[in-house]
Design a protein around this ligand. Sequence first.
Ligand code: SIN
Length: 482
Amino acid sequence: MNLQNQSLLQTGLFIDNNWLTTGSEFPVLNPATGELITKVSDASEADCYTAVEAASAAFKTWSATTAKERSSVLKKWFNLIIQNTSDLALLLTTEQGKPLAEAKGEIQYGASFIEWNAEECRRTYGEVIPTPAGNKRLLTIKQPIGVVAAITPWNFPVAMITRKIAPAIAAGCTVVLKPAEDTPLSALALAQLAKEAGLPAGVLNVLPTSKSSVIGKILTTHPDIKKLSFTGSTEVGKILMEQCSSTVKRLSLELGGNAPVIIFDDADINVAVEGTLASKYRNAGQTCVCANRIYVQRNIYPLFIEKYQSAVAALKVGNGTDNDVKIGPLINEEGLNKVKRLLFDATEKGAEILLGGKSHFAGELFFEPTIITNCSTEMRLSKEEIFGPVSSVFIFDTEEEVIGMANATEYGLAAYFFSQNINRIWSVAEQLEYGMIGINEGLISHAEAPFGGVKESGFGKEGSFYGIEEYLETKYLCFGNI
Ligand code: SIN
């Protein structure tokens, strides 16, 4: 790969600020071409124990640094990431597939969590509590939890990592990170820049591995790890949660979604088309907050669908490094097959394909931007995450009906709706059982805002001033005999 800064292409394990190679390796493939990018060292159980030891040793000194010292290292790390944006974006597109412009956006979005937490860690105040007894004084202090395990997904190989490890490190915790098997290179490049920024040995350790469940088991049961932060499927989240119970670890879980997008008849149609498109087709439909079910009110359906179809038809599909490409490949065959299965089930049950509906000639893992209409609640895609470039459109008549349909899922991550009626906006926002609501907006994620779900989409917030709290203990001090 033609990087300006070749030191960003690392293939070893990152433990105690050393690059280690192991006896075994696994391949990292470019999903756009199927070509081998490189092979990466495969962390074993023994490597995982070594990384936890390094993180535990580093916690003693890192947790004793001042917030200002930690902030200064994080700011240097942020600046290095921004300086290396082009290389990091190319690395990301090559291993993950998203268009280069989106990858650049992700590098900036990912870096923003480091910048935000570099600022936020200087404001993790405790409290003085008005005393209930004249001879006592009560107060709280905030302390870092300890060693944190982070397990991250392939769909945002940079931002899902920084969203966890920046607040952890800012709080004074140390980290063992297991990146996704499909996309370890971005994680290793971040580690290289963290080292250059002066992050002390052992504060961040990165374990690429093909043995996810074996390493996951250690990270969730090791007594020296005090917290797990996981982004991934609800199915895996439940297993990890169960495993964490043996040592009663703190947990943050950002799990699956099934986002409804509701377009009311009082919406600005152009805003609704643009917002739905942005939510649905970002990263080829492979985000947890992607539009999964699109509900359109009957009387504006013909107008909306006409405009939406022409916007989706204009999306260029291809290798993310090519100019103007908006839709890259799906991550792997498993992802592609899932999209095909859900589409087959929907058409068997009466859905009609308005646009797309099949593999795209750009390559094995490409799928056409697709719209299906006449969707109903019997179809699997009304209950399961599609994670691909397929818009499933439903028609509704009343507000009450659509709220019922939108909430009829075990998931509760993100929901979106479009309306210009202020009374409706308040009422619908309050009734939707989701952790995040986009109102006349399809892109809602920011370092300044709390990202997180309810119901089986998990718990815990990432980003915002809540994000760093997830890595802090509140300790109560009671001074007597004053
Ligand atoms: C996700 O897909 O889990 C993250 C999307 C985002 O941060 O916007």
